[in-house]
Design a protein around this ligand. Structure first.
Ligand code: HEC
Length: 133
């Protein structure tokens, strides 16, 4: 008797689940699987993967880097503060600093979370961050 109820219940559950799956639109499914296609860092503004037209370093910076670099979050070198950038540039040279931004270093995520950025976009964003230094 008990078993019958259990079987009945799980059949009900199963049909409810499959109904649920059928009701999901393609959009909802895309939304659900989205996190697996992009690196997500809590608090960071993440850009989607749609290819974008040419952007200036400032635009890329404002879109992807400002969250951490405007205020030095997580130990990020603060934008246009020479005291925080100069030692890195002196020690490693621009190309290494650039490579580290592409590949990620410590709490700095690869590409600064800008998954639709090219390596040159990252370079332009760094050049904006060290402008005048
Ligand atoms: C989630 C926060 C975060 C975001 C977003 C972020 N950064 Fe960073 N970044 C960091 C942190 C933290 C460091 C310091 C890493 C270290 O040296 O320990 C850093 C360091 C760097 C460095 C110095 C690397 C070195 O070798 O000294 C560069 C260049 C850089 N970021 C560029 C960028 C660019 C360009 C973007 C946007 C496209 C960006 N970052 C977005 C957190 C972030």
């Amino acid at each position: 008797m008990k078993l019958k109820v259990l079987v009945g219940l799980s059949a009900l559950l199963l049909s409810a689940l499959s109904l649920n799956a059928q009701e999901m639109s393609d959009e909802e499914i895309a939304e659900r699987i989205k996190p697996y296609g992009s690196v997500h860092v809590a608090g960071a503004v993440s850009a989607d993967a749609t290819p974008a037209g040419p952007r200036s370093g400032k635009e890329i910076y404002e879109q992807a880097c400002t969250t951490c670099h405007a205020a030095g979050l997580l130990g990020a070198p603060t934008t246009q503060v020479a005291a925080e950038w100069q030692p890195r540039l002196d020690e490693k040279g621009f190309d290494t600093v650039w490579q580290n931004a592409i590949n990620g270093i410590n709490a700095m995520p690869p590409m600064g979370t800008c998954m639709n950025c090219s390596n040159d976009d990252i370079k332009a964003a760094i050049e904006y961050m060290i402008e005048g230094i």
